[in-house]
Design a protein around this ligand. Structure first.
Ligand SMILES: Cc1cc2nc3c(=O)[nH]c(=O)nc-3n(C[C@H](O)[C@H](O)[C@H](O)COP(=O)(O)OP(=O)(O)OC[C@H]3O[C@@H](n4cnc5c(N)ncnc54)[C@H](O)[C@@H]3O)c2cc1C
Length: 325
């Protein structure tokens, strides 16, 4: 996968904790580990990839978060070439990549060999003279630490909450704005006879729908992921999942008449996409050895999250050079 740094031989170096195993956290973790640093990567989800997500139910699978990734930056293209060689990415068209067998698998090779803790939500962090300590939200999990560096690679509002005790950093993070999105996963009871695999709606509720089963490497029965409009999602953020399902399904059936589906469910992404980014690759307090980053720093795309992850890793390495020499 990524080339190993000559120091990647277990030499003592700074210990880094990264909260969030989405694109930003995985990228940072991979670079730092390959550079010989000791990295602990923690995510509250049992899966990997954050909003690069795939829901599997019975024989169905849905990419219910980010549906595909567009890249043009040379570093991203090189990464996609590595992932393609590793069998977790496939190019659908020039610069457009999908995860295999689902979007959640796209970045899996970046996690190889990492000290990865999944299903662990960090409820609190604190800086002591010895370093950073992380408190998981379950009584079963012991406090983690000390770490020399803490990188928080969570969506901006979650990162700001976690770092509320460090207002210089959390106030900066809070300047980024994220928008929600409801998505609907549908397996129709019969062929919908659509010519296209992407339907764009002119609608007050629905934005677009993408057919899932015909994406490369998928298969199974016909399945669709329907994305609600961001403004409708924002105005209806707190309705129940059942209500959202019924509203979105009614909208979908109004456009594409069908019987009652074989399977249907809705998912709320409270922090789906970046509406207004921060404008720099991360937020840092160098004295505390604290950074926060993610797509919300640079823009609404996976490529923005990867760039933020790379920039955070480069900053840690710049600080750590004397220790690594
Ligand atoms: C519906 C939808 C459609 C999208 N469409 C596109 C698109 O077409 N193209 C595109 O490029 N991008 C798209 N995106 C955006 C893209 O998915 C994101 O930009 C990118 O995945 C963000 O990566 P990230 O690492 O910054 O954050 P995330 O992927 O959100 O990763 C953050 C991780 O932090 C973890 N975390 C948070 N708090 C804690 C805690 N306290 N303890 C432990 N773990 C924690 C979360 O579980 C998560 O895994 C879409 C997203 C959604 C939801």
């Amino acid at each position: 996968m990524l080339t190993k740094h000559p120091h990647a031989t277990g030499l003592p170096g700074p210990k880094v904790a990264i909260i969030g195993a989405g694109a930003a956290g995985l990228m940072a973790a991979r670079i730092l580990t390959a550079s010989g640093l000791s990295v602990t990567l923690i995510d509250k989800s049992r899966g990997l990839g954050g909003r690069l997500a795939t829901r599997r139910v019975e024989s169905f699978a849905f990419d219910h978060g980010c549906p595909s990734v567009h890249v043009s930056d040379p570093a991203d293209l090189a990464l996609m070439a590595d992932l393609t060689a590793a069998g977790t990415a496939v190019a659908e068209s020039e610069g457009k990549y999908l995860g295999l067998p689902g979007m959640s698998s796209l970045l899996k090779p970046l996690a190889e060999g990492l000290d990865l803790h999944r299903g662990v939500r960090i409820a609190g962090v604190r800086r002591e003279p010895a370093g950073w300590y992380l408190r998981p939200d379950t009584a079963d999990d012991a406090e983690m630490g000390p770490f020399d560096w803490l990188l928080v690679a969570a969506p901006a509002p979650q990162a700001a909450d976690l770092l509320a005790g460090y207002p210089d950093v959390s106030t900066q993070i809070s300047k980024a704005v994220m928008a929600p999105r409801w998505t609907l996963m549908v397996v129709p009871d019969g062929d919908l006879n659509q010519e296209s695999e992407r339907i764009q709606f002119e609608d007050e509720v629905l934005d677009f729908a993408i057919r899932n089963d015909t994406k490369p490497g998928r298969g199974g029965p016909e399945s669709w992921v329907v994305h609600a409009r961001q403004d409708w999602s924002g105005a209806n953020l707190e309705i129940s999942s059942d209500s959202a399902r019924d509203r979105l399904l009614a909208g979908f059936r109004a456009h594409i008449p069908q019987g009652y589906p074989r399977y249907v469910t809705a998912h709320r992404w409270r922090f789906a996409e970046v509406a207004s980014p921060l404008g720099g690759p991360y937020v840092i307090d160098p004295d505390l050895r604290l950074m926060a980053g993610g797509d919300w720093c640079l823009g609404p795309l996976v490529t923005d999250a990867l760039a933020s992850g790379r920039a955070m890793a480069a900053q840690v390495l710049a600080f750590s050079e004397p220790a690594l020499r």
